[in-house]
Design a protein around this ligand. Structure first.
Ligand SMILES: [Zn+2]
Length: 293
């Protein structure tokens, strides 16, 4: 039962075209463009969608989202270390055919259609936010959170942490975690150091501030173009795609989805793969089969 519940909670059925049901709490602003005119319930419904949506309109992007196979079941979760430093991952250690979309920063730009795109196309995203941007634009990020996005920690001032003192790193990492918790009501469980720059102090402090894993990335997306970190110009299972809250974020999301599809993968939610397992049940059995206690 718990496993089923987790599956339901993980939410993001990423089959982009299989489900056209809006999230209950959301007003369906847009009818997905893949709804054919013949599927319209009645002629009195809202005006038919244009056959050819305007270039780079929300419908234009939605019409280009590839169709994914169903996401694999949420795996046995990686157990977080009880003590010591969290792992530093370029890609998530999984054999499952999934890849992860992460969006960083938050101050530069917040394209208006992104929350609806994420909702309509069921795109699982993790947002590594700088706390001042999260403070200034909380409503925007809460819109993404409401459709399944997860807020994580990316420091206050976006410095290169490597070589900074313990006190300075603690201020940047825990200070941001505290603020994000205040804004969004939950503690960040993942941390991404700006520029990926880090040292042993960074990992130790991230652990103290609540991080279960520290994330780098294995591919970047900018202006819709995917750039790979390896000679194999194809995403691999567990790859983590980095993009930013920039003006071209719609293009970046679409570019990421196309690259994930091209590799035979399905987008999945990062947190489903690094969250520590639930506590054992009263009879001592773990809630998920195979998860070590
Ligand atoms: Zn950044």
């Amino acid at each position: 039962m718990a496993f089923v519940a987790l599956l339901a909670l993980s939410g993001c059925a990423t089959n982009a075209k299989a489900s056209t049901q809006p999230t209950p709490a959301q007003t369906p602003v847009v009818t997905p463009s893949w709804s054919s005119p013949s599927a319209s319930p009645s002629p009195t419904a809202s005006p038919a969608k244009p056959t050819h949506p305007a270039y780079k309109s929300l419908d234009w992007y939605l019409a280009r989202v590839p169709e994914f196979p169903p996401a694999p079941p949420v795996p046995e979760l990686t157990e977080a270390p009880a003590a010591g430093t969290p792992p530093f991952w370029l890609r998530v250690p999984t054999d499952q055919k999934v890849a992860f979309i992460t969006i960083d920063d938050g101050a530069l730009a917040r394209p208006a259609d992104v929350p609806a795109f994420i909702r309509e196309a069921h795109i699982p995203v993790t947002m590594f936010l700088n706390s001042p941007a999260a403070t200034e634009h909380t409503d925007y990020f809460k819109q993404i959170e409401a459709v399944g996005g997860v807020v994580e920690n990316h420091t206050i001032n976006h410095p290169s942490l490597r070589g900074m003192s313990y006190a300075a790193q603690h201020h940047e990492i825990c200070g941001s975690a505290d603020k994000l918790q205040q804004l969004f009501g939950k503690r960040a469980t993942l941390f991404r150091p700006p520029f990926g720059d880090h040292d042993d102090t960074t990992l130790a402090v991230a652990h103290e501030c609540g991080a279960k894993a520290v994330l780098y990335w294995s591919a970047t997306v900018n202006e819709g173009i995917v750039r790979y970190q390896t000679p194999i110009k194809l995403l691999q299972p567990g790859d983590v795609l980095l993009m930013h809250f920039r003006p071209a974020l719609m293009d970046d999301l679409l570019g990421a989805l196309k690259a994930i599809h091209k590799a035979g993968l399905t987008p999945a939610l990062l947190e489903d793969y690094v969250t520590p397992p639930p506590p054992p049940t009263a009879d001592g059995e773990p809630l998920l089969p195979g998860v070590p206690r």
